[in-house]
Ligand binder design. Structure first.
Ligand SMILES: NC(=O)c1ccc[n+]([C@@H]2O[C@H](COP(=O)([O-])OP(=O)(O)OC[C@H]3O[C@@H](n4cnc5c(N)ncnc54)[C@H](O)[C@@H]3O)[C@@H](O)[C@H]2O)c1
Ligand SMILES: [Fe+2]
Length: 388
């Protein structure tokens, strides 16, 4: 049996934030970060929810790659306020924090180990609205939340994966994302591309997932450079928000692969933004996986109208296209260029590679890697050398 699970209500399109006026309830608790707070999005959200008759409170302290401590702090405030709606507002960091706080709000005695192994039933106290302000993680439609453990060395990102934390309502309004600065546009756009490519090649992908993924790939190649070059390009912003949404609907059902396993550690240990970390690893993982699924990469190359001589060449052309896109949107092309010290990187390599191998995303990768493979992939991406 195959299944396709997404939030019950997904609203999208320019200005769809006003859907909040239709929410029925008493109290909403917004979870967001200080940048979003400054941009005035909270007032907008609050305005619509007040219009719907809800009392609103906001937590604005989420940080990029959110920590367990932030989640615990927000959950405590949530318990005091006692909301019947939780509103995750922001990029992946804010929405993932909100998802994890939700679990602790509904189950105050739960431990982190339990959260990561099996989330008990939610929705006894509150339901969840996710409002995406970046065009990348698509956590507004996914069953995942990524939380960083900074109490261990090297720091590690752990993934909560459960249909329980799939939001009830996803709001995908490109107007909010149109304020992203170019750097965030670039990184989050490469995250969306990585979701789509990893979904397409996942061992768990269905034809339904792949149809969404392939369209998302086409939209990213068409519109990411335009959204990066001119943030006011409304069509490009809409395309990127749609691409992110479609890739998210695909990967929440197919799951991901080792680009994410490797990138998670670059985020937790070195602070490289999630999308930029994916972008660094993606070309090398395509090379590595091509031994198992070159025909799928050829299909992606076909969708992008890339010219090639044979299947092997299609993989090369796809890798070249990813490198070109990376360049077009000003992202670093090697881990070294991302400013990570060589000695520090290689001193940590064994432990970081082991964490990457253990990451939940490794299980659906189309080629089974060893820890040595993970080290080779990191080394290739550090110096910008082919992995084959
Ligand atoms: N749950 C999932 O399914 C999933 C999938 C992929 C990644 N993730 C996780 O999501 C996190 C990354 O999320 P992200 O890439 O969306 O970035 P983010 O949430 O960390 O945001 C990046 C920066 O952009 C700012 N920002 C967000 N929206 C903005 C806007 N509209 N205008 C101006 N600035 C804005 C934020 O304040 C922040 O400073 C990582 O922790 C990653 O591991 C989760
Ligand atoms: Fe991602």
């Amino acid at each position: 049996m195959k299944a396709f699970r997404v939030p019950r209500d997904i609203v999208f399109g320019w200005g769809c934030l006003s859907y909040l006026k239709e929410i029925k309830g008493k109290k909403a608790f917004i979870v967001t970060d200080p940048v979003i707070a400054k941009l005035g999005f909270i007032e907008k959200v609050k305005g619509y929810l007040n219009e719907a008759g809800l009392e609103v409170e906001a937590f604005t302290e989420c940080e990029p790659d959110p920590s367990r401590e932030t989640v615990e702090k927000g959950a405590e405030l949530m318990k005091e306020f006692n909301p019947d709606w939780i509103v995750g507002l922001g990029g992946g960091s804010s929405i993932d924090s909100a998802k994890a706080m939700w679990v602790f709000y509904e189950h105050p005695d739960i431990t982190w180990d339990q959260v990561f192994s099996s989330v008990p039933p939610l929705r006894n106290k509150a339901r969840f609205i996710a409002i995406a302000t970046t065009s990348g993680t698509a956590t507004e439609v996914t069953c995942a939340a990524v939380i960083t453990n900074r109490n261990v060395e090297p720091h590690v990102k752990n993934v909560i994966a459960s249909n329980e934390i799939t939001p009830d309502i996803a709001i995908s309004d490109p107007e909010l994302a149109s304020q992203m600065p170019p750097k965030v546009t670039a990184a989050t756009g490469m995250d969306a591309l990585t979701h789509a490519i990893e979904s397409y090649t996942s061992i768990a992908a269905s034809e339904v997932d792949k149809a969404l993924a392939i369209k998302a790939i086409k939209l990213v190649f068409k519109s990411l450079p335009k959204a990066y070059a001119d943030g006011r390009n409304k069509d490009a912003r809409e395309d990127m928000h749609t691409a992110s949404l479609m890739a998210g609907m695909a990967f929440t059902n197919s799951f991901l692969g080792i680009v994410h396993s490797l990138a998670h550690q670059l985020g937790s240990q070195y602070g490289i933004p999630h999308g930029a970390a994916n972008s660094l690893m993606l070309p090398y993982v395509i090379q590595f996986n091509s031994i198992a699924v070159s025909e799928l990469y050829a299909e992606i190359a076909d969708a992008l109208n890339l010219e090639y001589e044979n299947e092997r060449d299609s993989v090369k052309k796809l890798v070249d296209a990813v490198f070109q896109l990376q360049k077009d949107v000003g992202l670093p092309q090697t881990i070294k260029d991302a400013g990570i010290d060589e000695k520090v990187f290689f001193d940590n390599l064994d432990a970081v590679a082991q964490n990457a191998l253990n990451d939940i995303c490794t299980y659906c990768n189309p080629r089974v890697p060893s820890v040595e493979d993970m080290k080779k992939l990191y080394t290739a991406a550090y110096y910008g050398k082919d992995v084959l």
